[in-house]
Design a protein around this ligand. Structure first.
Ligand SMILES: Nc1nc2c(ncn2[C@@H]2O[C@H](COP(=O)(O)OP(=O)(O)OP(=O)(O)O)[C@@H](O)[C@H]2O)c(=O)[nH]1
Ligand SMILES: [Mg+2]
Length: 611
């Protein structure tokens, strides 16, 4: 027997546990969540079977059938039919089926069999099936299907043993399996199979049904949804804020130490203010961002999100969106990029485009440091209406501004559409599930690493660049003003004020917008650097430098700018990739620029009137 690599593809209905199985087999860390349409790209991994043979595993997007309609389902079909560029047809197809949903998932297996490739059926979620009293006669099922059947529990260690043993014994030659293209009625075939090999107790999901009666109730459901969202928001501040403050304080202290060692000058400005003050402030947000992700991950695993999408569907349709947009938009609170990629599961191209265009208006986690810095500098921390903190209220208003902006844009686009038809929301409701610690830990680790890589990569590089631009060239002999006025940054910044003066930005704020276009958080470090090099920070800290150099009206204007402005570059690149159109990039950039400028103009001019 040859020891060549065996190429295995995991396919099946959405949410059947393919990715969980992939992670278990290969030690991968791909995203697993309890709703249909999590995996939207082909992912590859490997493992070594007990015999020493190397197995290459493909995780593919879930598909309901091969009459593929959405962009993610098309990938799966192309791979299986050998039409995926640069990829040979897999040696073995593992059809992953949820054992608690056999009536639906067996249909897919029958379709697969017709492709004539070697297939094995992995009956996954056997733990859940047993708990519900579902009995499956495996030998009988195997005999009737004519394909090998193995049991798996993808979320348990050792839960793929039977599958590994099976694939290990599989020869990489592809015997023409019984490709009986009967073309008969798949429904009838499934019914006969089920009657012969599966016994399902009458009431399988009593608890789920009881929970749904409350969660999907038009009134009680909305109350619960509001309470859940409110709790998440509160938790980010209650748990995350103290940790963030502690980290921020630590970096300030470190910076103060360096200030004693380094001679005063541009380099001290870079190290003390740019790196410790600026990047330290940004790093301080890691705990808060992780708390936010913890809740998003737990919600994703619970099975609650598609229910929330149902509840909000009518509301979302009235503003030109659809319930299907809910999950992509929710993930955009972390970052617009996964949100925009998540829209691949939306079959209607119009609905998908609207969702892509409004996703960047959701407040992504990169905006948090900028918001928090400006709020700390300008908004007093006193209580309003007894219970609420004014700073927290302003932050809440900024999140709300993003959501309201998205509703407005969706509504306008709906009015300009020629085709006003609306599709009913068809979405699978997954079983409720207790979030597992391991999956959440993996998700948090992944997110934390992405954040740290940004910080030590693009944000650090941009901060050093800003420092260089503000320090060189040195002022000519006999210059009277601060050195930064003669630097490249000074010139560019003053040039930009022609555009930004009407909305209240001074030249330091204007130039900070440039690196922020690559990564928003950099605005914090850039302001820190510019003011430090200009000699304004003077060790008193960035918050103080801002408060003494920028008016309240300008600060409010900058906050609103960050809520709506077209950012960041990577988001625009993803829009180009996902829609394959520069026109959509231009529309996205254009409408957001106009919206941000108009909103900032109104806020600045109004605030100036009152001040
Ligand atoms: N109880 C139990 N839950 C499982 C098992 N396998 C997967 N899950 C859960 O099922 C849900 C879906 O798992 P995924 O691996 O994301 O499913 P998928 O098939 O990759 O889904 P798509 O990528 O959307 O097609 C997650 O909540 C998993 O934790 C299992 O064997 N038992
Ligand atoms: Mg998946």
């Amino acid at each position: 027997m040859s020891a060549s690599t065996l190429r295995i593809a995991l396919v099946g209905n959405p949410n059947s546990g393919k990715t969980a199985l992939f992670n278990l087999l290969t030690g991968g860390r791909q995203k697993v969540a309890n709703y249909a349409g999590v995996t939207i790209e082909r992912k590859e991994g490997r493992f070594c079977a007990p015999s020493g043979r190397v197995m290459q595993v493909l995780d593919l997007p879930g598909a309901y059938s091969f009459d593929a309609v959405s962009p993610d389902e098309k990938i799966t079909r192309d791979v299986l039919e050998g039409r995926y560029p640069g990829e040979a047809v897999p040696d073995l197809v593992v059809c992953v089926a949820d054992a608690t949903k056999l009536p639906l998932h067996l249909r897919f297996l029958l379709e697969l069999k017709r492709l004539g490739r070697p297939v094995v059926l992995a009956l996954n979620m056997m733990d859940a099936a047993k708990r519900r009293g579902i009995e499956i006669d495996i030998p009988e099922l195997q005999r009737r299907l004519g394909v090998p059947v193995v049991e798996t529990i993808a979320v348990r260690r050792g839960g793929a043993r039977a599958l590994i043993e099976h694939v290990d014994g599989h020869l990489p030659v592809a015997p023409p399996h019984d490709a009986e293209a009967t073309g008969g009625d798949l429904h009838a075939e499934v019914r006969t199979l089920l009657a012969a090999a599966v016994r399902v107790p009458r009431a399988t999901a009593v608890l789920d049904d009881a929970l749904d009666r409350v969660a999907l109730h038009p009134v009680a459901g909305l109350v619960i949804l509001t309470a859940v969202m409110f709790l998440v928001f509160q938790a980010v501040y209650a748990f995350g804020k103290p940790m963030s403050d502690a980290i921020g304080g630590g970096f300030d202290a470190l910076g103060a130490q360096f200030a004693l060692w380094l001679a005063a000058g541009p380099l001290q400005g870079l190290v003390v203010d740019g790196l410790f003050g600026g990047l330290g402030t940004v790093l301080g947000f890691l705990p808060q961002i992780l708390v936010l992700f913890f809740f998003i991950l737990a919600l994703e695993e619970s099975g609650y999100l598609p229910r929330a999408a149902f509840l909000l569907d009518r509301m979302m349709v009235s503003v030109g969106l659809t319930g299907r947009s809910f999950i992509p938009l929710l993930s955009s609170f972390a970052c617009a990029i996964p949100g925009i990629m998540g829209t691949r599961t939306i079959t209607d191209p119009r609905d998908r485009l609207v969702t892509i265009l409004v996703a960047p208006l959701m407040t992504c986690s990169a905006r948090l440091p900028v918001y928090a810095l400006l709020i700390a500098a300008f908004i007093p921390s006193h209580a309003v209406f007894g219970a609420f903190n004014l700073q927290g209220l302003v932050l809440f208003a900024l999140y709300a501004a993003g959501i309201l902006g998205a509703m407005l844009v969706g509504w306008v686009m709906k009015r300009t559409r020629r085709d006003q038809s609306v599709h009913a929301l068809l979405m699978e409701l997954p079983a409720y599930r207790m979030p597992g610690g391991r999956d959440i830990a993996i998700g948090l680790y992944e997110r934390g690493m992405i954040f740290l890589k940004r910080l030590t990569g693009v944000i650090l590089a941009l901060t050093v660049l800003m420092w260089a631009l503000s320090s060189f060239p040195a002022p000519p002999a006999g210059a009277t003003g601060p050195a930064i006025d003669y630097s490249i940054a000074g010139y560019i910044g003053r040039g930009l004020t022609y555009i930004f003066a009407p909305i209240g930005f001074n030249w330091q704020m204007s130039i900070a917008l440039i690196p922020a276009f690559a990564a928003r958080e950099t605005a914090v470090a850039a302001l820190a650097t510019v003011y430090a090099v200009g000699g304004d920070a003077a060790g008193a800290g960035l918050t103080h430098a801002l408060a003494s150099n920028i008016s309240l009206a300008s600060a409010l204007s900058l906050l609103v700018w960050f809520a709506y402005a077209p950012q960041c570059m990577s988001t625009l690149a993803v829009i180009k990739r996902e829609t394959n159109s520069w026109r959509n990039v231009a529309i996205s950039f254009g409408y957001m620029f106009v919206m941000a400028y108009a909103a900032s103009f109104i806020v600045y001019q109004t605030a100036r009137w009152f001040a």
